[in-house]
Design a protein around this ligand. Structure first.
Ligand SMILES: C[S@@+](CC[C@H](N)C(=O)[O-])C[C@H]1O[C@@H](n2cnc3c(N)ncnc32)[C@H](O)[C@@H]1O
Length: 371
């Protein structure tokens, strides 16, 4: 498998995208009229990765998402700078939580050895995360991150917090050591409870199980992990764009009942499950018999039209909670996301959060609950 997925999946994605371009828009609501902030010129990525600046924030993102992350930070007036593949720096973000950042921290020092990194960290108990940016070139240096981590741990006073979840529960710090170049690290700390992600470099790897090994299922697991709540026994879920059934399977495994809506076929084991009802039609034509607990959506369709459909669900109060994965194959993702947020909030979805999670490709995960 390549980093961008199996050739068969890529072909399917291209086929889906071709269908959107030629299909007429479904009638789901009024057109969105709001205008996003003025576009920002994006400078080219530097040929060699630049050193982060102590006193500023260092962000890491999916390789290829530097431009939307830069523009988001520019819209927030945080003076962003592209440092290199998967790395952007900016002024402190305040309350903002950029959609295209996987993780970020304030850089307190630069270190050219594990000893310098250890000396730059506070002596209080903390969980240490040493990582490389998620690019092919940097991933080849992941052994270096492991070696730095072991040496720093050995140099530090005892009492390390052994998992990031324990650091979260204890209100402790996550120490960040980003090896932005060979032998060169940016060092800082962030309270675990304020971190965008508890995983090193924001790479929240979900476990593959024998039963449901699809990327789709891992996307859902990561989304629910990030949301912090998940459907349980007796909850009724609607899953729009559900075929071949990875999300639906995961939801019934959690004890929920699922109305699985997709014109395409479900995998035989999912279709035959007693808690699954396959509604073989377009999500744009579907209406539930009554309100449900959760709306899930992973439809391969144009994001603004999907947002209008999700907006209809909020206006009619058809679902209490939302988890959606929006497809963003277009170059200019940010103006689209701006309109998506406006559509969802205007329709009555509250606490709308958006993030390009680790298992998302040209996609973002959206969660919300009914106002
Ligand atoms: C990425 S796949 C979904 C994968 C699924 N979540 C899983 O876990 O197996 C996208 C799905 O969107 C479906 N889709 C596209 N347009 C749709 C529509 N108008 N209504 C319902 N489903 C649609 C496609 O048929 C396809 O099965």
């Amino acid at each position: 498998m390549t980093r961008r997925g199996k050739p068969k999946q890529r072909t399917q994605q291209r086929r889906d995208e071709r269908r959107w371009h030629h299909a007429p828009a479904p009638r789901v609501g009024v057109p969105v009229r709001v205008e996003p902030p003025r576009r920002v010129p994006i400078p080219p990525l530097p040929k060699t990765t630049l050193a982060p600046s102590p006193g500023r924030w260092l962000w890491t993102c999916r390789a290829g998402s530097e431009a939307p992350l830069y523009e988001e930070l520019a819209w927030l007036k945080r003076a962003p700078k592209l440092l290199g593949p998967a790395l952007v720096e900016s002024d402190a973000p305040g309350e903002a939580s950029p959609t295209f950042a996987r993780s970020g921290f304030p850089v307190s020092a630069l270190a050219a050895s594990p000893a310098e990194a250890a000396a730059a960290l506070p002596t209080s108990p903390l969980h240490l995360e040493a990582w490389v940016p998620d690019t092919d070139a940097a991933n080849a240096r992941s052994g270096e991150a492991l070696a730095w981590s072991e040496t720093i741990e050995a140099l530090r006073p005892s009492g390390a917090v052994d998992t990031p979840w324990k650091a979260f529960e204890a209100g402790a710090l996550l120490a960040q050591v980003c090896l932005w170049s060979a032998g060169q690290a940016a060092v800082g700390v962030i309270p675990a409870r304020d971190a965008l992600s508890l995983a090193a470099g924001g790479r929240t790897r979900m476990k593959r199980t024998g039963e449901a090994p699809s990327r789709a299922a891992m996307k859902l697991d990561e989304a629910l992990d990030w949301y912090g709540v998940s459907p349980g026994k007796g909850d009724v879920c609607v899953d729009l764009g559900s075929a071949p059934g990875g999300w639906t399977r995961r939801l019934v495994e959690r004890g929920a009942k699922v109305l699985s809506v997709d014109p395409a076929h479900l995998a035989p084991d999912v279709r035959a499950h007693p808690k699954v009802k396959h509604v073989q039609q377009s999500a744009f034509d579907f209406a539930p018999d009554g309100p449900v607990d959760w709306l899930f959506c992973d439809m391969a369709w144009r994001p603004l039209e999907v947002a209008q459909l999700l907006g209809k669900w909020a206006r009619r109060r058809w679902a209490a909670q939302l988890v959606a994965n929006l497809k963003l194959p277009m170059k200019d993702k940010l103006p689209v996301l701006f309109r998506v947020r406006h559509t969802l909030e205007g329709a009555g979805w509250a606490r709308v959060r958006m993030r390009q999670l680790y298992h998302d490709r040209d996609e973002v995960t959206v969660t919300a609950r009914l106002a």
